[in-house]
Design a protein around this ligand. Structure first.
Ligand SMILES: [Zn+2]
Ligand SMILES: [Zn+2]
Length: 316
């Protein structure tokens, strides 16, 4: 979590040893280091309410000279929202900057795509749309899925899933006299590609995957889900439970307490009890509640207690 639970919601998932990170929502980002910001390769925006999107300018500013593109996913109107942000500045001195921003708006049936490149002064260029089938990003080591829910406006829930998890056995590594280094991410890449003959340079020597495979322990992949600003409707809750099912970690809003259910309905937010209920029904490993209303600053423990009780107790 980038901020404390009363701050703007934002979660950074670091892809260790890959030098990349995935950002879920882009609220205030001032507590994120410039180094972490430089590594953000994709941003998954739930919706463009200010507290979820105000930090995107800061991200653009940090990435202007970066070679690798920035992907932004969000609800259908995210393309217009990014366009609006970029149009708010004057861009006459950036023609040589490398940054390419690719924006994907997730609609009911299709994903719209527009490009914004510094070389073109960030003028929106529409690209062909693709069908929306739930899967929005497929990488060598993970997949990101999206689900459209309602928060009076469309809001997107996200999950990131690893196919399998690779742990390097440190004792074996030391035993064979290898040093820790960037070659380990090459090794992981080769394992994911399943290419036994692939050569990997280790401490100046070229070895093939087959000779190094035993250094890796392969375990079940992890799943992390992110669910924010969702109206407390049974249709939303049923869909959310299926979507986050089996997550190792669920990051979930708990904007209100159940005693303020009327407000939760009026403002289209979940309560701490509903966050706990979703986590229990979906059999998640750990529930991390966040995005609390400032009205609970003096009784924050009630939010944790309410979520925990509903998570543990099937009668809530
Ligand atoms: Zn909202
Ligand atoms: Zn919000």
């Amino acid at each position: 979590m980038v901020n404390d639970p009363f701050g703007d919601p934002c979660v950074l998932v670091r892809l260790l040893r890959e030098g990349r990170g995935l950002l879920f929502d882009a609220g205030a980002l001032s507590s994120l280091s410039a180094g972490d910001m430089m590594k953000v390769s994709a941003v998954f925006v739930t919706h463009a309410h200010m507290d979820h999107f105000i930090g995107i300018d800061e991200l653009f500013r940090n990435l202007l000279r970066r070679e690798s593109p920035l992907l932004i996913f969000g609800p259908e109107d995210i393309i217009e929202c990014v366009d609006g942000k970029l149009k708010g500045y004057t861009w006459n001195l950036i023609a040589k900057y490398p940054l390419k921003i690719e924006v994907f708006g997730i609609g009911e049936r299709a994903v719209r795509h527009s490009s914004f490149h510094a070389s073109n002064r960030f003028k929106a260029v529409e690209q062909p749309s693709t069908d929306f089938n739930g899967l929005i990003l497929e990488d060598l080591s993970f997949k990101v899925k999206a689900l459209r829910l309602s928060h009076s406006i469309p809001v997107i829930a996200y999950s990131i899933e690893e196919e399998f998890h690779i742990n390097i056995n440190k004792a074996l590594l030391e035993g064979r006299g290898f040093s820790v280094g960037p070659w380990l991410s090459e090794l992981k890449k080769a394992i994911r590609l399943g290419d036994d003959s692939r050569a990997i340079k280790v401490d100046g020597k070229e070895l093939c995957l087959a000779e190094l495979k035993d250094l890796a322990d392969i375990t079940r992949g992890q799943k992390i889900s992110y669910l924010m600003d969702t109206a407390p409707l049974s249709t939303n809750i049923e869909k959310a439970v299926e979507f986050v099912r089996g997550s190792d970690i669920l990051f979930c809003e708990a904007y209100f307490l159940e005693r303020d259910r009327g407000l939760a309905e009026e403002r289209h937010h979940l309560t701490a009890a509903l966050a706990g209920e979703i986590a229990r029904k979906a059999k998640v490993g750990a529930l991390k509640i966040m995005h609390f209303s400032p009205r609970y600053r003096d009784c924050v423990e009630e939010l944790y207690a309410e979520a925990e009780e509903a998570f543990a107790n099937p009668h809530c």
